[in-house]
Write a protein that binds this ligand. Sequence first.
Ligand SMILES: Cc1cc2nc3c(=O)[nH]c(=O)nc-3n(C[C@H](O)[C@H](O)[C@H](O)COP(=O)(O)OP(=O)(O)OC[C@H]3O[C@@H](n4cnc5c(N)ncnc54)[C@H](O)[C@@H]3O)c2cc1C
Length: 404
Amino acid sequence: MKNEYDVVVVGAGPGGSMAAKNAAQRGLDVLLIEKRQEIGDPVRCAEGVSKVWLKKFIEPDPRWISAELKGSRIFSPDGTMIEMAEEIAGAEVGYVLERKIFDRALAYESAKAGAEVMVKTRATDLIIEDGFVKGVKVMHLGETYDIRAKLVIGADGVESKVGRWAGIDTSLRPDDIETCAQYLMSGTGLDQDFCHFYLGNEIAPAGYIWVFPKGQGLANVGIGILGSRSGKKHAIDYLDEFVKNKFPKAKILEIDVGGVPVSGSIERTIANGLILVGDAARQSDPITGGGIVNAMETGRIAGEVAYNAISRRDLSTNTLQEYEKRWRAKIGLDIDNSLIVKNTFITFTDREINALAHSLKGVNFTTMSLLDLLYALFKANKKILWDLRVIFKNVIKYDMDFER
Ligand SMILES: Cc1cc2nc3c(=O)[nH]c(=O)nc-3n(C[C@H](O)[C@H](O)[C@H](O)COP(=O)(O)OP(=O)(O)OC[C@H]3O[C@@H](n4cnc5c(N)ncnc54)[C@H](O)[C@@H]3O)c2cc1C
């Protein structure tokens, strides 16, 4: 470890590794630091990801793919099932990853591109001079070091501190965070071709339960709920009830707990000399909580913008605006649309969720675009058209822009 780099990236999750790789590929001198001793471990993720999206960033490798899915099955509270083909089921359906290996592979990609990677190295504060972030203070094997950098990229996940240290408001209200609990289970007897989602306020208030097959009879069985709506019960209590009813004979091999930001886009993700990416920038999807591909995409943009800004020798927010503009154009729009849907969805009673599911029964989801899906929904449920009018407008605009 030197005491000066072009870029220091804090956090070796998908966002940080993509940022480090893309900055290093362009010839920048990059340090990627990770507080844990093993990148990717422990896992706090259901590990679902869209094939199409993932292939934009990295060639799929059987070493980190646990299962390949045909689609998803969504169950309403009364058990009505909607089946969706993988292509339209969203950014979390396609592959189920082995993130312990996947995250490590991404960090390895950044090292191959020339980045220096340091584990057991925790950022403890930023170095700030004359209103500019100028590096990070780190703790490595009990020693503290100051590492200077032209730009710092904060990719330190949901519990991010880097943004706050730079004066960016990344705080999450109780309604902005899903609390999650997950078991890795064996012996679920699950159909290994589909991931399953279970909806309903009784079983998962303002959230859902997921069952993602991992091959060889294994599955990630988890729950995300809005803590503010769940009364005295914790996420793990709801999960235990579900598991007891659904998989009474299955065995728990691993327990993960964690949080997912579902706030929609925050006001600012840059400061002078600093960019935030991924969960640290609250860029995960407010409906599903999925954030792997968004973190990878914003990490990639951050690496490119780092190169442009350093080449221009201007690390001010004026130049770093390029990052804000680029990620907000697609991901920002998507997550803000998702937030509108989520805020509408969490007001639904179980009866209304059942009614929605009944209205979609028999619809062919193998060939549908999101726009077709919305049309089908609205045709059957005119009442929700008004609540979701903004997203409807945005989707039409996006489809038209895309076709142009
Ligand atoms: C239970 C659960 C299930 C989920 N399921 C899915 C899913 O199926 N699909 C999906 O797409 N998303 C899912 N997510 C969300 C997904 O895990 C995150 O969106 C994604 O990991 C974000 O990537 P990231 O790089 O921004 O942050 P992270 O992957 O969280 O990486 C941040 C890294 O920064 C490190 N770090 C933190 N602080 C410091 C510091 N001070 N110094 C150095 N290093 C530091 C951390 O150790 C960590 O390695 C799930 C989340 C949870 C909690």
